[in-house]
Design a protein around this ligand. Structure first.
Ligand code: AMP
Length: 347
């Protein structure tokens, strides 16, 4: 069985590392000549919307998935006409645009921050009147790791934010004053079966995820699961989905969903009975889903920009290193470390 993946970065790489023991083979479409998943399968090197390469991918693979949502929707639509593709293109259309995504949350009675669509400076000024400051101005599409967003604190910030972002459609969001950020990694099989991992508690630095800690028996688990369940049922979702949430203490607000395996779920490799990567493959292949039960507690820390001393990392008992074989540059995710503990809480 050959699984095609649109994207050949670390998420595709970790999917392949989980799928090879299941007897799967992989083929990746990625424009980067040094795509880090390429070590683990065939690499089709070229643009995501290259018609010939999309054809080859559909011909060679038995089914296709994708590792990130910033793929041209037209490419995914093309693939979906030729081959089984999960999650479906309609999912990507909802998740790839922050306005559609937040409208979906609202329609499902999932609490979220106040928001407004912004297409001109006049609309920005108007939206600020109702949403009030502080607020966050974001691009509707193609934002990730805090890119494509600016926090507006004073009225004076509007003009510079507009000149930075105003060339594309935007969303203005109310600023959530949260106590913590959490996410729920959920899985839905082809037959509609759903399983949920224990929540992750996430710390971001400069908009990039820095640390994700598993939270078995968290008081927010059931509400977070209820939100994810509503979304996956509505979209007839197949695969792993991450839902990122702000916990304000009083309210649980949905920030965004990712229709894929997610950085805040990397701890599941060592910290859960079945990893998010294996469960994504099981879901899209129509296989029984694996247990999401936590094995003790786990904390994952991203390696960003430079690779630290490997010996030092590996000298700590129960600590695991994952390097993605990517060239270092500032702000780039190069790997992660997971510390796992069977019984003791990790500090
Ligand atoms: P996002 O790309 O939407 O996941 O945003 C990246 C990070 O920016 C989030 O994880 C939060 O730490 C912060 N952030 C995003 N949106 C908001 C918001 N509306 N209010 C407060 N902080 C936010």
């Amino acid at each position: 069985m050959i699984v095609g993946i649109v994207g050949g970065g670390q998420l595709a790489r970790m999917m392949a590392l989980a799928g090879i023991p299941l007897g799967l083979q992989f083929i990746f479409l990625d424009p980067a000549t040094d795509a880090c998943a390429a070590q683990l399968g065939e690499h089709l090197c070229g643009a995501y919307d290259d018609a010939a390469l999309l054809n080859t991918l559909a011909e060679k693979a038995d089914l296709v998935t994708y590792e990130f949502e910033n793929v041209p929707i037209s490419a995914i639509a093309t693939l979906e006409q030729k081959i089984n593709l999960y999650p479906a293109q309609a999912v990507l259309a909802s998740a790839g645009d922050r306005i559609y995504e937040k409208n979906l949350f609202r329609s499902l009675d999932i609490a979220t921050v106040p928001f407004a669509s912004v297409n001109s400076f006049a609309e920005l000024e108007e939206a600020v009147k109702t949403i009030t400051l502080p607020a966050v101005l974001k691009t509707r599409t193609l934002g990730y790791d805090g890119k494509g967003q600016v926090v507006l604190r004073h009225h004076d910030d509007l003009a510079s934010a507009w000149s930075r972002l105003g060339t594309v459609p935007l969303i203005l969001e109310g600023f959530a004053s949260f106590q913590r950020e959490i996410s729920v990694i959920s899985v839905r099989g082809r037959d509609g079966e759903m399983v949920f991992y224990p929540l992750s508690e996430n710390v971001h630095c400069d908009g990039i995820l820095h640390t994700a800690k598993s939270c078995p028996a968290d008081p927010r688990q059931s509400l977070a699961e209820a939100y994810a369940r509503r979304i996956m049922e509505k979209l007839n979702y197949v695969g792993v989905m991450a839902l990122e949430l702000f916990d304000s203490g009083n309210e649980l607000l949905a920030n965004e969903m990712a229709p894929r395996v997610h950085n805040s779920g990397h701890w599941t490799i060592e910290g859960a009975v079945t990893s998010q990567f294996e469960n994504h493959l099981r879901a899209i292949l129509g296989l029984p889903l694996g247990s999401t039960q936590a094995k003790g507690e786990a904390t994952m820390v991203n390696i960003i920009g430079t690779i630290p001393d490997i010996s030092q990392i590996l000298s700590v008992p129960n600590q695991h290193l994952h390097l993605y074989n990517k060239k270092p540059y500032p702000g780039r995710k190069l790997g992660h470390v997971t510390r796992w503990s069977a019984s003791q809480p990790i500090t």
